[in-house]
Ligand binder design. Structure first.
Ligand code: SF4
Ligand code: SF4
Length: 182
């Protein structure tokens, strides 16, 4: 299968077509405070996707270094929503499990969405516990802080929930199904 005929894994992103308007001026990359840490600066990432280099784009660490400062987005002469696209890339990469091996954020995202799906509300202590299953050393390091926060009533130890979590879970599943079809 040549590059051009590979299915584009990014088509479900609502703003993805905007990258076709990118003139590759590099203003976004030049404005980005984290571009030196990224495998591909934002301009290069868009070029990869336009060239059909999807595997490279899916494995790039770029979205994970984005700190949502919006410097790229406010300066882009073509008004491409660079920051929003970074969020959307993170979502796709998390679902496809293609993030670099040393990248822990997808596990945090998955823990967050599992709790929301089950309860309709976030309980930070539960998110951290789920994340801790994957990253026990991180969890151990954070236990003293968690205890302090619980004692000061800044962290909820009991699971919070909406009144009808089953209906919420069904809504969540319907949304996921419609996104998978897109
Ligand atoms: S600033 Fe906008 S037009 Fe220029 S390279 Fe970045 S995304 Fe493309
Ligand atoms: S929003 Fe993200 S990609 Fe854009 S300049 Fe800031 S860190 Fe870089």
């Amino acid at each position: 299968m040549n590059k051009a005929s590979k299915p584009n894994p990014f088509t479900s992103i609502s703003d993805i077509a905007t990258i076709n308007a990118c003139i590759q001026c590099g203003t976004c990359s030049g404005s980005c405070p984290l571009s030196d840490q990224m495998d591909h600066a934002p301009r290069e990432l868009f070029a990869l996707i336009r060239e059909g280099e999807y595997d490279m784009a899916l494995k790039s660490n770029t979205p994970w270094f984005c700190v949502s400062c919006y410097a790229c987005m406010v300066r882009c002469p073509k008004e491409i929503p660079v920051t929003d696209l970074m969020y959307a890339f993170k979502e796709i990469i998390t679902r496809k499990r293609t993030a670099p091996k040393n990248q822990k954020m997808p596990d945090m995202y998955r823990a967050f969405s599992r709790i929301i799906k089950a309860k309709g509300r976030i309980t930070e202590s539960y998110v951290m516990a789920l994340y801790g299953v994957k990253h026990p050393l991180d969890a151990l390091k954070n236990i003293p802080l968690a205890v302090k926060m619980i004692l000061r009533k800044r962290l909820e130890p009991k699971a919070l929930s909406v009144s009808d979590p089953e209906s919420f879970a069904r809504l969540f599943e319907l949304t996921e199904k419609s996104e998978d079809k897109a």
